[in-house]
Design a protein. Sequence first.
Length: 337
Amino acid sequence: MLESPALLAHTNDLELIIRHVLAGLGHGIHAGRERGAGVEFSEYRAYAPGDEWRRVDWKLLARADRYYVREAERDSHVATWLWLDASASMSEPSREVPNVDKLRFAATVLGCIAAVAQRQGDAFGLVICTGGRTEFTPASRGPRQLQRVLAQLAKARPQGAMPDAATLKSSLHFARAPSLVFAAGDCLEWPSPLSEALLRLRHMRHDVRLLAVRTQAEVDASFNPGAGYRDPELDVQAASPAASVVDPGVAAMTASMAASMAAAPAPASGGQAGAHMHLLDEAGRAAFRAALSAHFATVSGACRRHDIPYYEARVEQSLAEVLRGWLQLASPRARAR
């Protein structure tokens, strides 16, 4: 059986990949049960003022001379929202696995979660951030909804910048009832309008979970000799004469990280080639790694402070491994550890 990175490299059939990944996963995205007035008995508890009289067990009262209320369990249908960063920086490809980039990996993970939600009978919807706007698929249930969501994920293309704060705020109209929010992106811009939107949702009592998608080359700066990096979400970069020499998959850096790199000692070759283009020598690689390490430590720390389960993945990893790790990290038991 092919490992999921190889499967991603050999097929564009999102449904096939999802079936492969979910085989043997063994658990859902939430417990799916809650206490209340339902039909499946759970336990007795002592009567408290305000309890409904119809829930009192009168036979037990006759035997024990005390009031007890029957607790039951009922299905909970928590809406699940999938939030995909499809900005230009998500086009960074793996250098080890062909035909796989950050966007395709993130979209596939979210597609797996949509399939799990559909199996559980939950409503689920999709928000894609791309080209400075949001593309919204309302939450619904059932196989047809899964087909709609998978179709949107499959046709998503990395382009432009993230939407601004006002656009994202207007996209939070789904947030009236508590829900699960699974957000996936490269997290290269933090704080950002997206991070502010996720924190706002968390403050509104939504269960927000974040997946940071990276490449192995980005993690260890193992780019081709003479490669550079730039921010592909800046329109002015196209006018740079150095843009033609950039390794097209080099990790995109935000302005704040570029500033920290600019403070590093300039290489003999000049270090920077154009307003948004930076060539990497060995010193530049070290500064690149240090800047990214500090940046993602900030992201992780912010998520920890706001009780947002945060999982960092590389596109070269097994999809099943990433999905299992992210879901387990989000479980109450994992949070307590």
